[in-house]
Structure formats: structure tokens, C-alpha cells
Design a protein around this ligand. Structure first.
Ligand SMILES: [Zn+2]
Ligand SMILES: [Zn+2]
Length: 84
């Protein structure tokens, strides 16, 4: 690995929250990248407000943070995505 990923931070607790996908400040750059890629729209309902970035796969291993694994969702759709 060329650099230290933020996976090495103690983020286990945050990820276990009801609405997960919470990351340290170093995540902001990637987040902006995903939002831009998705046209600043919720990829589920098309909303353009209260956007968050969601991991589509469980963070079961290091390297799961590629942008292919991330999707822009509004707060409402994001909560739904985490509801079981
Ligand atoms: Zn939505
Ligand atoms: Zn999420």
C-alpha cells in the first residue's frame, strides 16, 4: 500500500452507528469526488439537498473505499439504506 488509509483510524464505532459511513476529516476529499461524480444528486431519488456518501458494500476488508464502492444518497435514502 502506497499510503496509510483512514481505515487505520479508530472508526469502528462510527461505522456501527444506525447511519454509518461517518469518517474522519481526511475523508472529505473523497466525499467531494463522489458527490461531483454523481452530479450532486441522490442516486436513489434525485434529491439535491442533504447529500451524504454511502458505502454500498460492507467494509469487510481494507481497500473497500474505492469510489466504485461509494454512492451519493440524500439523508432520507441513506437512512433507508441502513435500515434492516
Ligand atoms: Zn434520496
Ligand atoms: Zn451509508
Amino acid at each position: 500500500m502506497a499510503f496509510v488509509r483512514f481505515d487505520s483510524f479508530a472508526i469502528g464505532d462510527a461505522v456501527e452507528n444506525e447511519i454509518g459511513c461517518q469518517y474522519p476529516a481526511s475523508y472529505e476529499g473523497l466525499r467531494q469526488q463522489i458527490l461531483r461524480r454523481d452530479g450532486w444528486k441522490c442516486q436513489s431519488c434525485g434529491a439535491m439537498a442533504n447529500l451524504e456518501v454511502h458505502h454500498m458494500e460492507v467494509r469487510s476488508h481494507l481497500g473497500a473505499d474505492s469510489e466504485n464502492n461509494l454512492i451519493t444518497l440524500c439523508t432520507a435514502c441513506h437512512s433507508r439504506a441502513h435500515r434492516r
